[in-house]
Design a binder for this molecule. Structure first.
Ligand code: HEC
Ligand code: HEC
Ligand code: HEC
Ligand code: HEC
Ligand code: HEC
Ligand code: HEC
Ligand code: HEC
Ligand code: HEC
Ligand code: HEC
Ligand code: HEC
Length: 306
C-alpha cells in the first residue's frame, strides 16, 4: 500500500508539470515545481483528460483499461495513471490536430529522459537504476519493458525471461546448456531469482541480501545453517567459491572437475595426514565428500562426517 501511495503522490506531482522533457521528479519536489513553472510559461499546453485522447486514439485508450497502470492503480487507490501522466499535457497536440511535435513521444527521447519519466513514479522501488550497469550502459526501461505492447502478463516485459536477457547476453547463454546447470531454460529458475536488473549495491547486479549466500540458501535451505560446526569456506568464499552459479561441466555444478583438487586448494596437507594415510596422494583417495558428507556444515561432527 505504501508503494501505491508514493506512486500516486508522484502522479499528482507530474500532473503539475507542463514541460516536454520530463523533469527529474525523483530529484526533489521543490526543484521540480520550479522547473514546472518555468516551463509552463514557455509551453502553454494543458491537461485535457483521457476522454479527449480517446476521440482519436480509440484503440490505445480501450486497450489501456487492462494495463497495470490503469488497473492496479484503480483497484488500490481509486485513481489510475492516465495518458498524460506519461505523455505530458496534450492540449497543444490536440489543437494541432494531432501534431506529433507537441506531445511527448518516447521514440524521440534520450535514454536519460525515458528513465527519468518512469522513475518519476518508480524511483521508490528502483532507486539504483541510474548507477546500475544497465543504467550506465544506456539500457533504458524500454529496452526491457513496453507500456502498450508488452508480451507478458505481469511486469510489462517485451519478452519473457530468459529470452529477454539472452537477446543481449549471448555470452552467458551457453552455460545454461551445460551438462549441469540451473534449470533456467526449463522455467524452474529465472535470472531475476538471483539478479536485480534494476541495480543493487552488489557486483554483477546480484540481489542484495543480509548474508550474501542467502541468494542461494533461500532455495537450498539445507545448506543455510547456522551449524554447530561451520565450514569456514562456505562463509568466507561464499557458495560461488566452489560452485559455478549458471552451469558447469562438472556434477553438482562444481568449479573443478575433481572434488579432491577443489578441496586441496585449501587443504593441501591432507593427503599425507594420519587419518588419510590410506593413499600416497590425494588422487588415490576416494572423493573427500565420500566421507565428509556434510560439506556445508554439520551439527554433529567437527569434520563434517555426519
Ligand atoms: C484530434 C485527434 C487527436 C487527439 C484528440 C489526440 N491525438 Fe494523439 N495523435 C493524433 C494524430 C493524428 C497523431 C499522428 C498519427 C499517429 O501516429 O497516430 C497522433 C500522435 C500521437 C502520439 C505519437 C505517436 C507516435 O507514433 O509517436 C502520441 C504519443 C499521442 N498522439 C498521444 C496522445 C494523447 C496522450 C492524447 C490525449 C492527451 C492525444 N494523443 C490526443 C491525433 C490526436
Ligand atoms: C506509463 C506510461 C504511459 C502511459 C500512462 C501511456 N503511455 Fe502511451 N506510450 C508510452 C511508452 C513508453 C510508449 C512507447 C511504446 C511502448 O512502450 O509501448 C508509448 C507510445 C504511445 C503511442 C505511440 C504508438 C505506439 O504504440 O508506439 C501512442 C499513440 C500512445 N502511447 C498513446 C497513449 C494514450 C492514448 C494513452 C492513454 C490511454 C497512453 N499512451 C498512456 C507510455 C505511456
Ligand atoms: C504517473 C506515475 C507512473 C509513471 C510515470 C510510470 N508508472 Fe509504471 N506504474 C505506476 C503505477 C501506479 C503502477 C501500478 C501500481 C504498482 O504496482 O505500483 C505501475 C506499474 C508498473 C509496472 C508493473 C506492472 C505489473 O504487472 O505489475 C511496470 C513494469 C511499470 N509500471 C513500468 C513503467 C515504465 C517502463 C514507465 C515509463 C515508460 C512507467 N512505468 C511510468 C505508475 C507510473
Ligand atoms: C534489463 C531489463 C530491465 C530493465 C532495463 C528494466 N527492467 Fe523493470 N523489470 C525487468 C524484469 C525482468 C522484471 C521482473 C522481475 C523483477 O521484478 O526483477 C521487472 C520488473 C519491474 C517492475 C515490477 C516489479 C517491481 O520490482 O516493482 C517495475 C515497476 C519495473 N520493472 C520498472 C522499471 C523501470 C522504471 C525501469 C527503468 C528505470 C526498468 N524497470 C528497467 C527488467 C528490466
Ligand atoms: C538491451 C540489452 C540488454 C538486455 C535486454 C539485458 N541486458 Fe543485462 N546488460 C546489458 C548491458 C549493455 C550491460 C552492461 C555491460 C556489461 O556488463 O555487459 C548489462 C549488464 C548486466 C549485468 C551485470 C554484469 C556485470 O558484469 O556487472 C547483469 C547481471 C545483467 N546485465 C543481467 C541481465 C538480465 C538478468 C537480463 C534479463 C532480465 C538482462 N540483463 C537484459 C544489456 C542488456
Ligand atoms: C542461481 C543464481 C543465478 C541465476 C539463476 C542467474 N545468475 Fe547470473 N550470476 C549469478 C552469480 C552468483 C554471478 C556472479 C558470478 C561470480 O561471482 O562468479 C552471476 C553473474 C552474471 C553476469 C556477469 C558475469 C558473467 O558471467 O558474464 C551476467 C551477465 C549474468 N550473471 C547474467 C545472467 C542471466 C542473463 C541469467 C538468466 C539467463 C542469469 N544470470 C541467471 C547468479 C545467477
Ligand atoms: C529460485 C531457487 C534457486 C536459487 C535462488 C538457487 N538455486 Fe540452485 N537449484 C535450484 C533448482 C530448482 C535446482 C535443480 C534441482 C534438481 O535438478 O534437482 C538447483 C540446482 C543446484 C545445484 C546442483 C544440485 C544437484 O543436486 O546437482 C547446485 C550445486 C546449486 N543449485 C547451487 C546453487 C547456488 C550456489 C546458488 C546461488 C548462487 C543457487 N543454487 C541458487 C534452485 C535454486
Ligand atoms: C567448500 C566448497 C563448497 C562450498 C563453499 C559450497 N559447496 Fe555446495 N557442494 C560442495 C561439494 C563438494 C558438493 C558435492 C557433494 C557430493 O557430491 O556429495 C556440493 C553439493 C551441493 C549441492 C547438491 C546437494 C548436496 O547437498 O549434495 C547443493 C544444492 C549445494 N552444494 C549448494 C551450495 C550452496 C547453496 C552453497 C552456499 C551456501 C554451497 N553449496 C557452498 C562444495 C561446496
Ligand atoms: C576456500 C578454502 C577451502 C576449500 C576450497 C575447502 N575448505 Fe575445508 N576448510 C577451510 C577452512 C578455512 C577451514 C577451517 C580451518 C581449518 O580447520 O583448517 C576448513 C575446515 C574443514 C574441515 C574441518 C577441519 C576441522 O578439523 O575442523 C574439513 C573436514 C574440511 N574443511 C574439508 C573440506 C573438504 C572435503 C573440501 C572439499 C569439498 C574443503 N574442505 C574445501 C577452507 C576450505
Ligand atoms: C575414507 C574417508 C575419508 C576420506 C576419503 C577423506 N577423509 Fe578427511 N577425514 C576423515 C576422517 C575419519 C577424519 C578424522 C575426523 C575426526 O578426527 O573426527 C578426517 C579429517 C579431516 C580433516 C581434519 C583433520 C586434518 O587432518 O586436518 C580435514 C581438513 C580433512 N579430513 C580433509 C579431507 C580432504 C580435503 C579429503 C580429500 C582430499 C579427505 N579429507 C578425504 C576421513 C576421510
Amino acid at each position: 500500500m505504501r508503494r501505491i501511495s508514493i506512486s500516486i503522490a508522484c502522479l499528482v506531482l507530474l500532473t503539475g508539470f507542463a514541460g516536454t522533457g520530463l523533469a527529474q521528479a525523483a530529484g526533489g519536489g521543490q526543484q521540480a515545481a520550479a522547473t514546472s513553472q518555468q516551463k509552463a510559461a514557455a509551453t502553454p499546453a494543458e491537461y485535457v483528460g483521457q476522454e479527449t485522447c480517446a476521440t482519436c486514439h480509440e484503440d490505445v485508450v480501450k486497450n489501456f483499461a487492462g494495463n497495470p497502470h490503469s488497473r492496479l492503480a484503480l483497484e488500490h487507490a481509486g485513481k489510475g495513471v492516465t495518458c498524460e501522466s506519461c505523455h505530458g499535457p496534450g492540449s497543444a497536440h490536440v489543437e494541432g490536430g494531432g501534431d506529433v511535435t507537441k506531445i511527448r513521444r518516447f521514440a524521440s527521447m534520450s535514454p536519460q529522459e525515458i528513465d527519468n519519466t518512469c522513475l518519476g513514479c518508480h524511483a521508490g522501488t528502483h532507486p539504483n537504476f541510474e548507477r546500475s550497469p544497465h543504467g550506465k550502459a544506456g539500457v533504458t526501461c524500454l529496452s526491457c519493458h513496453s507500456v502498450h505492447a508488452a508480451r507478458t502478463d505481469v511486469n510489462l516485459l517485451k519478452a519473457s525471461q530468459p529470452q529477454l536477457c539472452f537477446q543481449c547476453h549471448t555470452d552467458v547463454k551457453p552455460s545454461f546448456s551445460m551438462p549441469f546447470h540451473h534449470p533456467v531454460n526449463e522455467g524452474a529458475v529465472s535470472c531475476s531469482d538471483c539478479h536485480d536488473v534494476h541495480g543493487t549495491f552488489q557486483a554483477n547486479n546480484l540481489k542484495l541480501t543480509a548474508d550474501q549466500n542467502a541468494i542461494c540458501t533461500k532455495c537450498h535451505m539445507e545448506t543455510r545453517g547456522p551449524f554447530v560446526y561451520e565450514h569456514a569456506a562456505v562463509k568466507a568464499e561464499g557458495c560461488v567459491g566452489c560452485h559455478s552459479p549458471h552451469g558447469s561441466q562438472n556434477a553438482r555444478m562444481l568449479n573443478m572437475p575433481s572434488i579432491n583438487t577443489l578441496c586441496n586448494q585449501c587443504h593441501s596437507r591432507v593427503a599425507n595426514g594420519t587419518v588419510h594415510s590410506m593413499g600416497a596422494g590425494s588422487d588415490e583417495l576416494a572423493p573427500c565428500t565420500s566421507c565428509h558428507t556434510y560439506i556445508h556444515g554439520s551439527n554433529i561432527n567437527q569434520a563434517f562426517l555426519r
